[in-house]
Design a protein around this ligand. Structure first.
Ligand code: GRF
Length: 266
């Protein structure tokens, strides 16, 4: 018997990627099963997609939690192993010259909310955590709890642009407004930066004169629904190998990057 991988999912919105992944699990395109769906948004439409299935769901309402904590900082319950200096060293989403106090507050609030998220996830052991339109930054506190070792990547994300171009919240919008002739989507592992983790797969589509943001989103999403399941299946087949590659720059300087090598591809 083939062992299926256990997949946990976090969503914030419509959940069309989640749907494609559920369908792929059911049809056998992914050798896996969804063991929970969690969200930061009580109104996430994607929750309806699992309502008729026996998949556990939960909500950790980020918006209310942030408001609560901001109103009364004494309400923040920090995890016992919270260490702000460790998080500051690792966190690389904000620029290096960002206001230190603001970064500290951001990371403190996040860790407190992520503790709740981890508590909700605990009853459902998983092999892979997928972010399927989860619109919240995960702090190193959370990431370290899932990855356990630095290069043991277990969180995957889909991003609506051809990374490393256009990280952030609005990949298709940024691609469109820049006047790009090609758009695309990327599946990557999560690291401590903003959409900066090792790339697993990418798909591209042409952008024509008469394309609008809407048509670009439609083209992109159609590719996302193929790409994400295929990357998850490669994880399930144990085909994603993390390797360090050394690249030499024109200056002669050498840089080391962590990249994904796909086993079975030359
Ligand atoms: C997708 O475009 C994905 O790339 C981005 O958020 C969107 C989620 O769409 N991260 P859906 O909720 O899967 O329909």
């Amino acid at each position: 018997m083939v062992t299926k991988i256990r997949i946990g999912a976090l969503i914030s919105g419509g959940g069309t990627n989640l749907q494609a992944i559920i369908d792929s699990c059911e049809s056998g395109k992914i050798c896996g099963e969804i063991v929970f769906v969690g969200t930061d948004n009580p109104d996430a439409q994607g929750l309806k997609r699992v309502a008729s299935r026996r998949i556990p769901t939960f909500v950790v309402d980020y918006k209310s939690a942030i408001k609560n904590f901001n109103n009364d900082l004494n309400k923040i319950e920090l995890p016992d192993d919270f260490n702000i200096n460790d998080l500051l060293l690792k966190y690389s989403v904000f620029p290096a010259d960002a206001d230190l106090e603001k970064t500290k507050k951001f990371l403190t609030l996040r860790a407190a909310i992520e503790k709740k998220l981890l508590d909700e996830m605990r009853p459902y052991p998983f092999d892979l955590l997928i972010l399927a339109g989860f619109m919240r930054i995960l702090s190193p506190y959370f990431i370290d709890k899932i990855n356990s070792e630095p290069d043991n990547f277990r969180i995957m994300n889909i991003h609506p642009a051809l990374l490393p171009a256009f990280p952030g919240l609005d990949g298709y919008g940024d691609t469109f407004r820049y006047g790009c002739k090609i758009g695309g989507c990327t599946v990557h592992f999560i690291d401590y930066g903003e959409d900066s983790g090792p790339i697993i797969g990418q798909r591209a589509f042409p952008i024509q004169e008469n394309d609008t943001l809407n048509t670009i989103k439609k083209k992109g999403l159609a590719l996302e629904w193929e790409l994400y399941p295929s990357c998850i299946q490669m994880f399930a087949q144990n085909r994603l190998q993390i390797v360090k590659k050394i690249f030499e720059l024109d200056s002669g300087e050498k840089v080391i990057r962590t990249v994904v090598k796909i086993k079975g591809e030359s």
